[in-house]
Design a protein around this ligand. Structure first.
Ligand code: ZN
Length: 271
């Protein structure tokens, strides 16, 4: 099992990070990917990935909810410099494995829709330029997301549409980008979720990756608590029921899917 999306760098884990990582290892989580969301948290992510080298892997990106925190032109320039330098540095052992998390979020309001799209698209261009996958966040923005993605269809991007919980129609749209997987997390265990039906109906098992999005969205039976990578087992339990297959098969398949997208992640190159 691989947790492709955990904010384990957050303050929620400051007091028991070692234990959290140990619990994940004990449950069979092989590695954890950490999305970047803003400039100020980025150095800490790289410090952690250095400290837990070979287990935690960093991404770099500006989250749509953080674009107005600071001058985003400045932030993007700084982030791109870091990205470029680390990728070029032979001695760097914590190279970013993806651009993310980036995207569009119109859940609260659409005041900064234009800016969100501009920032998203600039970071898609990094993915193209540096040949990295994208970790994409989209909330209440399917139409806008599709419009942006269509403009880049020809560049055969790879990535994950993280925290997918949409309709069958939306899944079909997203899966029309062959280099992308849908990130499936705790939502599929929620009682009223329609995600299990959508998964069964129209999302093949070779198009999903596992994620927690911790500390958010803890799966049942831990719903409402702080989420953590060890809880991936509950997501695997649910998905193996949904697809009607043995858990080891599902775990292996989702790992293969991760390799397809994150082929540059040194974890896979070591083997
Ligand atoms: Zn996230």
């Amino acid at each position: 099992m691989i947790d492709t999306h955990s904010h384990i760098d957050g303050p929620e884990f400051a007091d028991d990070l070692d234990e959290t990582i140990q619990r994940a290892k004990d449950e069979g989580v092989k590695c954890i990917f950490i999305p970047g969301i803003c400039l100020k948290d980025t150095p800490h992510i790289f410090e952690l990935c250095k400290k837990y080298e070979g287990y935690l892997y960093p991404m770099i990106g500006l989250h749509p909810e953080n674009i107005m925190d600071e001058d985003y032109h400045y932030v993007l320039d700084e982030m791109e410099k870091m990205l470029k330098n680390m990728l070029a540095d032979e001695s760097c052992t914590t190279k970013p494995i993806a651009v993310g998390e980036v995207g569009i979020d119109l859940y609260w309001d659409d005041t900064h829709k234009t800016e969100q799209i501009e920032v998203f698209e600039k970071q898609i261009i990094w993915a193209e330029k540096y040949d990295l996958p994208l970790m994409i966040h989209s909330r209440n923005a399917h139409k806008e997301l599709m419009e942006v993605m269509e403009r880049h269809r020809a560049s055969n991007l790879k990535g994950v549409f993280h925290c997918f919980s949409g309709t069958a129609e939306e899944a079909k749209d997203l899966l029309s980008f062959p280099g992308f997987m849908l990130g499936i997390g705790g939502v599929c265990t929620f009682k009223k979720s329609t995600l299990p039906e959508v998964l069964k109906e129209c999302i093949p098992m070779d198009r999903i990756v596992l994620e927690t999005d911790s500390p958010y969205l803890a799966p049942v039976p831990n719903r409402g608590k702080r989420n953590e990578s060890a809880f991936l087992t509950h997501i695997v339990d649910k998905l193996s029921q949904v697809y009607g297959i043995e858990k080891p098969v599902l775990m292996l398949q989702t790992e293969e899917n991760v390799v397809k997208v994150f082929s540059k992640c040194s974890f896979f190159n070591k083997k």
